[in-house]
Design a protein around this ligand. Structure first.
Ligand SMILES: *[C@@H]1O[C@H](CO)[C@@H](O)[C@H](O)[C@H]1NC(C)=O
Ligand SMILES: *[C@@H]1O[C@H](CO)[C@@H](O)[C@H](O)[C@H]1NC(C)=O
Ligand SMILES: *[C@@H]1O[C@H](CO)[C@@H](O)[C@H](O)[C@H]1NC(C)=O
Length: 626
């Protein structure tokens, strides 16, 4: 969520003039407001940042049965939009609907642990009869506070604490609404506090209700709906649109309160550990100086004296871990901890394999075309030029010895490529609707069971040359590998492919960030037998993780072998983000996602299956997996 300066509106402009409540100020773990202090601020100003991402706000997509009402209503994402001329978010009930379910619109916080709040919504209310426009706290039908308008008569606002039990006194009131509520922006504020619900219009208290005040945590909802009953008098004949210019909300969330009390000295409060941060630092990792560190060795071994200046001294610490070699059972390999300075580029990754904590340092002698200094005294430097060849069957090198200290020379490395004569290039993918939408609000998304999709016929499937997806606006219809429009808020994408090892050394699989959850399986179980429990990498989004720790695994592969890999990602609501990167031992890119976009790159070493099936079995058909 971008924390827009909600009150920095164009106050000087008559068209947008309204009186806003004073914004809260941050102090330690809390936002202090005139309604009290709160541990969470949520909101967005569409007039300042129309297209920006609004995290933690999800479009509802369910149907409410008619029950005793004339018509059912269904919340549809297509009724949520942005108005670029009247800078605002729009919730629309399309006009002219006569049969149920009536297509309506609703947004809700992505969490339902709000216990007291001060929520300020700047809006224009629809005057097209037949819907309600409402800003609501909702836990259940007896724990609910409404700030509502009936679009059939917007001269009044309806203010309610719903009865907490049968026989409780009714507590619904109405007050005069601004006379220009449909054409001018006004701030509608609801403070739900212990013992009282207080309602404000343009910063002026218009009603306090002390009966039936909810005491149960719940969610905040913004909606525009109709079910044809006597109350809403709909459905509307013409489009009825609620426009929201900004939301500035202060919440006490119970999960945040718990994390503050368990860690009172660390604010901002929402800084919980990610799945990997609990991994111990590198001290336990070990050994085998020689084999392990990646590509520098291959260059070194072939390129005479110049390469020796690359040497880094490695200190071993110890313990080995099992790692999967291409197409085979796990083999034992070692991690190396480098204790002296490496002057080239490298990646350092904390990881855990088979229960062992380790830091993997992957040294990159040079990226394609990059010149690096190989030591502090700059004895020699060189450029690595990587070439993929369809004809080479082994790695070849062309090395020129540097002419003098400090001189630059070139090492050309020629790598073999996989056989592609059977039309096997690319990655297979299948798209499914997420059966577990909504569950991502719970830390770790425990309700998501990836293996369920083994027996589900995909919504669509095809092949792609990269792995990436992003829907950065809730309510977004997105393009998925050329298929459009796809609802990105409730989506599962499963990808299978083989990596051909064109080099010997550590290949690194990396998820820099995910939203909501992503699994990677490597080796035979990626083909059959994969489950949530045996995933090699699990990365997930949580509101409790302030900054995700990138997840990386390195696999030692021998040139010419194939390694099966499965990457399954799911979005359960709101914003979604899928990224997956794969780097060769020399640091070159095998697969890379363009962050925030539906695009990416891949090398020729990614295939759907080996043409020679003795080198690796085809993945099962989608929907018939095991
Ligand atoms: C929110 O929680 C904090 C910490 O428990 C408390 O001090 C504060 O009074 C609460 N705010 C409201 C409005 O109840
Ligand atoms: C609403 O929630 C409260 C508190 O958890 C509970 O006591 C009550 O029975 C619930 N009411 C309904 C209608 O579910
Ligand atoms: C609610 O939805 C209706 C139907 O689309 C729309 O006409 C109306 O403008 C919406 N209300 C507001 C305030 O936007």
């Amino acid at each position: 969520m971008k924390r827009a300066a909600t009150n920095l509106l164009a106050l000087g402009s008559t068209a947008y003039a309204y009186t806003a409540s004073t914004a809260g100020t941050k102090s330690g773990c809390y936002w202090n407001t005139e309604a009290g202090s709160f541990n969470t601020r949520f909101g967005h100003d569409f007039s300042v940042d129309l297209y920006g991402t609004v995290q933690d706000l999800i479009p509802n997509t369910y149907t409410v049965n008619a029950g005793l009402n004339p018509l059912a209503r269904r919340f549809d994402i297509v009724n949520i939009g942005l108005d670029p001329f009247d800078l605002s978010l729009t919730l629309t009930v399309p006009g002219g609907q006569t049969t149920g379910p009536i297509s309506v619109a609703q947004l809700e916080t992505d969490y339902s642990d709000i216990l007291y709040a001060s929520v300020r919504t700047v809006a224009k209310i629809s005057n097209v009869p037949g819907t309600t426009n409402a800003f609501i706290f909702y836990a259940n039908d007896t724990q609910e506070v409404d700030f509502a308008f009936l679009t059939s008569d917007i001269s009044k606002a309806w203010l309610t604490n719903e009865q907490t039990s049968y026989g409780s006194p009714y507590s619904t009131y109405n007050v005069a609404a601004p006379s220009d509520a449909n054409t001018a922006w006004h701030e509608y504020r609801l403070d739900w506090l212990p013992g009282a619900s207080k309602f404000y219009i343009d910063g002026v208290l218009v009603q306090t209700i002390t009966d039936n005040v909810p005491t149960t945590p719940g969610a905040w909802i913004w909606n525009n709906w109709s079910n044809g009953n006597a109350w809403t008098q709909g459905p509307p004949l013409a489009d009825s649109v609620l426009k929201i210019r900004s939301i500035d909300a202060y919440f006490n969330r119970t999960s945040v309160a718990a994390s503050i009390s368990s860690n009172p000295n660390s604010c901002p409060a929402v800084a919980a550990s990610s799945s990997s941060s609990s991994v111990a630092p590198s001290s336990t990792s070990v050994s085998s100086s020689s084999s392990s560190v990646v590509s520098s060795s291959s260059v070194k071994s072939s390129s005479s004296s110049s390469s020796s200046s690359l040497a880094t001294s490695t200190t071993t610490s110890s313990s080995s871990s099992s790692i999967v070699a291409a197409n085979t059972a796990p083999a034992t390999v070692s991690f190396t901890t480098i204790t002296t300075a490496w002057t080239g580029t490298y990646t350092a990754t904390s990881t855990a394999i088979s229960g062992l904590a380790a830091t993997v340092y992957v040294q990159t002698p040079a990226k394609k075309g990059q010149v690096i200094s190989t030591s502090s005294t700059a004895k020699a430097s060189y450029t690595t030029v990587t070439t993929h060849s369809g004809t080479a069957s082994t790695i070849g090198y062309v090395t020129a010895t540097p002419k003098a200290a400090g001189a630059t020379t070139t090492v050309t490395v020629v790598y073999p490529t996989p056989v592609t004569t059977c039309g096997n290039q690319g990655i297979n993918f299948a798209a499914y609707t997420n059966k577990y939408s909504g569950g991502q609000s719970t830390y770790g998304y425990p309700s998501f069971i990836p293996e369920t999709y083994k027996k589900v016929t995909p919504y669509f499937s095809d092949d792609t040359t990269y792995i990436a997806e992003s829907n950065d606006q809730w309510g977004d219809w997105i393009n998925v590998y050329g298929y459009y429009p796809v609802d990105g808020t409730s989506l599962v994408l499963d990808h299978t492919f083989y990596l051909f090892a064109s080099q010997t050394g550590y290949y690194s699989l990396n998820i820099p960030y995910t939203d909501d959850i992503q699994f990677v399986w490597v080796g035979d179980k990626a083909v059959t037998g994969w489950t949530r429990a045996n995933a090699d990498i699990t990365q997930f989004w949580s509101s409790q993780i302030a900054t995700q720790t990138p997840q990386t695994l390195a696999y030692y592969l021998t040139v010419g072998t194939y390694l099966p890999i499965r990457v399954l990602w799911a979005n359960g609501g709101g914003q979604g983000d899928l990224r997956f990167n794969l780097y060769a031992p020399d640091g070159s890119t095998v697969l890379s996602s363009n962050a925030g976009q539906n695009s990416g790159v891949s090398s020729v070493d990614v295939v759907q299956y080996p043409c020679n099936t003795a080198l690796g079995a085809k993945f099962p058909t989608w929907g018939k997996e095991t």
